[in-house]
Write a protein that binds this ligand. Structure first.
Ligand SMILES: Cc1cc2nc3c(=O)[nH]c(=O)nc-3n(C[C@H](O)[C@H](O)[C@H](O)COP(=O)(O)OP(=O)(O)OC[C@H]3O[C@@H](n4cnc5c(N)ncnc54)[C@H](O)[C@@H]3O)c2cc1C
Length: 426
């Protein structure tokens, strides 16, 4: 049996595990922390703007499980907030056990608190990954989905120190770039001021620490917008953030809260003393990252060069997906690229041509467009997401944006890719 080893259990790794299983492989999923879904443990926004199209394409291609879970765990559906339409907000406190259950049901061998630290090579191929306890795991094909967050050294050097984020490097150990260990140089993203990396763009406040009025409005409407006092407006901070889809003046002039179980605060960090000046937030405290008053995690310092089938250039049996695979932002983007990498891992092991999604799909165009742009200095300052920034504009121009599930399904059917990920290849 073909054995696929996936390193990193965020949305990209979980998606890859499901499609690799469907294609017929034995799948081992390694995750350094005690929970799956990675940054998905603190995100929650789905289906906003072009992500609606992205989600429906994932379903039509035959990888509906994770989209169905985030839909089922939604606290709010079809809501609008500045710059964003028809969003779903999943409950970050509910989604992880649901994901774990489906992966177990599908027969994925999940290994939590298992950190990969190195690789053993045989020529241009990885023979096995080496774990922190010095044991090794052999595989035929490997998929790297370790994301790009941290480790602590990066948050210290390019950010404001360890912000104590959900990935908890001090307890579970740092992220490791597996592609780098296999001999491939990492690509580094930049922010507008040409400093490397970017701050994560949102925090979570403990909902119980907010006033009853704000809590009720959040539970009812999903969104609360509170004006920032004039003296505290900081437009420059918008350039620091990863999520360029939220780098709009409205996000500097207002506190925008979204209900994802906790109250998602749409800014990279915000000094607690200033936050508590705002009516209703007098008792506010951070839920994630714990040091959200001072900083946030730093990301995008570890991308692998890859082709549009998600294969890492320079290593014969390594694929990648999610943030590891480019300057992608988002759960949907991680699931879309992860699903393709998982499917292609089995093709690669069998020596059959890898699948590239055509550019008349939103996912195919995103994957190819991000790859073209990452090769330029300006492109390294951009982020690629269905939800905004340059790519959502492009989706609209190219006629790729749709919120009609039937139309999206028919598009995938016309190009002969309906349920392609459900095909058992082995
Ligand atoms: C605070 C915050 C809020 C966000 N909000 C949203 C949102 O609302 N909507 C949205 O669409 N996107 C949001 N995003 C972005 C989105 O979460 C990410 O782009 C996406 O989830 C990345 O998925 P990934 O699988 O590529 O990486 P990650 O989620 O980073 O997963 C990588 C996994 O690999 C593990 N790992 C790393 N190194 C190793 C190793 N050596 N061995 C084993 N395991 C390892 C990590 O522990 C982690 O679980 C948010 C991000 C942050 C930080």
């Amino acid at each position: 049996m073909i054995r696929v080893v996936i390193i990193g259990g965020g949305w990209a790794g979980c998606a890859a595990a499901l499609t690799a299983r469907k294609a017929g492989a034995e799948v081992i999923l390694l995750e350094k922390t005690d929970m799956l879904t990675g940054l998905g443990l603190v995100g929650g926004i789905m289906r906003n703007n072009g992500r609606y199209t992205g989600a429906e394409e994932i379903k039509a291609l035959g990888a509906e499980e994770l989209i169905n879970i985030t839909d089922a765990a939604a606290r709010h559906v079809n809501i609008n907030f500045p710059g964003h339409q028809h969003a779903n907000l999943y409950d970050v406190t509910k989604v992880e056990p649901m994901v774990r259950k489906i992966l177990e049901e599908k027969g994925v061998d999940i290994r939590l608190m298992t950190r990969a630290v190195d690789v053993e090579m045989e020529g241009r191929s990885i023979k096995s990954v080496v774990l922190a306890d010095e044991s090794t795991i052999k595989g035929d094909v490997f998929i790297e989905t370790t994301g790009s967050t941290g480790p602590m050294g990066n948050c210290l050097k390019y950010g404001n120190g360890c912000s104590m984020c959900i990935l908890r490097c001090p307890s579970f150990g740092p992220r490791v770039s597996i592609s780098y260990r296999a001999g491939v140089e990492d690509i580094l993203g930049m922010r507008a001021d040409e400093v490397y990396g970017a701050f994560s763009g949102s925090c979570k406040l403990n909902k119980d620490s907010l006033s009853e009025e704000i809590r009720e409005k959040l539970n009812r409407d999903g969104v609360v917008i509170l004006p920032v006092p004039k003296e505290d407006i900081n437009i420059g901070k918008l350039d620091l953030k990863v999520c360029q889809q939220y780098a709009l003046p409205e996000y500097a002039e207002n506190i925008i809260l979204l209900d994802t179980g906790h109250a998602k605060l749409m800014t990279p960090f915000y000094p607690l003393e200033k936050l508590r000046k705002i009516p209703g937030l007098e008792r506010a405290r951070y839920e994630d990252p714990y040091s959200g008053g001072k900083g946030n995690s730093v990301r995008y310092l570890s991308m692998a060069p890859r082709n549009n089938a998600m294969k890492v250039m320079g290593v014969d049996n390594l694929l990648c997906a999610g943030e590891k695979a480019g300057l992608f932002v988002g759960h949907t983007e991680a699931m879309a690229t992860g699903s393709l990498a998982g499917h292609n891992s089995v093709r690669l092991a069998m020596g059959i041509p890898l699948l590239e999604l055509p550019r008349n799909t939103a996912t195919g165009d995103l994957i190819a467009y991000a790859n073209e742009n990452i090769k330029t200095r300006e492109g390294l300052k951009l982020r690629y997401t269905f939800a905004g920034s340059v790519f959502f504009e492009r989706m609209k121009q190219q006629g790729l944006y749709s919120v009609d599930p039937e139309e999206i399904r028919n598009r995938i059917k016309r190009i002969g890719l309906l349920d392609i990920y459900k095909e058992k290849l082995v």
